[in-house]
Design a protein around this ligand. Structure first.
Ligand SMILES: Cc1cc2nc3c(=O)[nH]c(=O)nc-3n(C[C@H](O)[C@H](O)[C@H](O)COP(=O)(O)OP(=O)(O)OC[C@H]3O[C@@H](n4cnc5c(N)ncnc54)[C@H](O)[C@@H]3O)c2cc1C
Length: 268
């Protein structure tokens, strides 16, 4: 289906992008376009103005701070992350990006687009919650930092408000991370995913595809029975659809949480 007529702007600075997004109520940021253009073609979304972020070099950087904090610009693609020497400071990130779809999607899809679309089946939302990432959101004349577990609000809904832009994702130092998923075919959409991080204290586990937002579980121990029980105690109410029943997804959540924790404990 052809796109509905839409205004198009290609700002040269984050400031200009924020101004354009604030000026037009129906404006939407355009990153890799892998999700947005498809939903526009299907007429599920009909923005009046597309604010294309692809000229904003300041959003494409991947930097490692002296304290080991990794900062990933919202417009870094999955391929940028996979190829980045700096991103190897948190190896799980590149490993999970390499599992997303195919090379075309990885070359165009961006970290910012992945989290801002908050499709519950996407790989990065549970990973970033488990890794205790923070998201920097810029608005007119202000910037705020949102913890990942408060960033995801609902299906396709995040803490990025109208007139705002996600500029970067920051990750604290750490190497003890794990990710496990069951997907529809190799490198396909996840049916259930689990990410775990064991970098001081008990493990942080985030389960994807079982709710509108990643479900954070903190069992206090890496013992497999304790992890399973903690997932059971979360009383998940996952969708029941053509790919898996709710019961099967609950079962997968337990199994994958244990696998992700085992991987995190081994470290890299
Ligand atoms: C065939 C196919 C298979 C896929 N399989 C997977 C998969 O297995 N796992 C997975 O995780 N993903 C998968 N995806 C989704 C893919 O990763 C998308 O690229 C991603 O979800 C959206 O990223 P994008 O850069 O294309 O964003 P866009 O489509 O450009 O934008 C998505 C949304 O985010 C908003 N947005 C983008 N950037 C910002 C920003 N900086 N600030 C504020 N709002 C912003 C846009 O306005 C829009 O609402 C698949 C996509 C395709 C086409």
């Amino acid at each position: 289906m052809l796109l509905r007529e839409v205004e198009y702007a290609r700002p040269a600075s984050v400031q200009d992008a924020v101004r354009l997004l604030g000026e037009h109520e129906g404006a939407r940021a355009l990153a890799g376009g892998q999700t947005l253009i498809n939903v526009m073609k299907a007429r599920v979304a009909s923005p009046d103005v597309l604010v294309d972020l692809n000229d904003l070099e300041e959003l494409k950087g991947i930097e490692l701070g002296p304290d080991g904090t990794l900062e990933i610009g919202a417009m870094a693609t999955y391929s940028d992350v996979i190829d980045s020497a700096e991103a190897r400071a948190r190896p799980i990130l590149g490993e999970v990006c390499a599992q997303i779809a195919d090379v075309q999607v990885r070359n165009r899809g961006t970290v910012g687009g992945n989290v801002c679309s908050n499709d519950p089946t996407n790989h990065l939302p549970p990973l970033l919650v488990a890794l205790a990432a923070t998201m920097t959101v810029a608005g007119k004349g202000r910037e705020r930092v949102v913890p990942a577990q408060e960033f995801f609000l609902g299906v396709y809904m995040t803490a990025v408000g109208s007139g705002e832009l996600l500029t970067k994702v920051s990750l604290p130092a750490g190497k003890n991370d794990g990710f496990a998923s069951v997907a529809i075919g190799a490198d396909g959409t996840c049916i259930v995913s689990a990410a775990a991080s064991q970098n001081g204290g008990g493990p942080r586990i985030a389960i994807g595809c079982v709710d509108a937002v990643p479900v954070l579980v903190e069992p206090g121990s890496t013992d497999a029975d304790t992890v399973r029980q903690a997932v059971r105690d979360a009383e998940l109410n996952p969708p029941d659809d053509v790919h898996a029943s709710a019961d099967y997804r609950r079962h997968l959540a337990e199994v994958l949480a244990v696998r992700a924790v085992e991987e995190a404990v081994k470290g890299r």
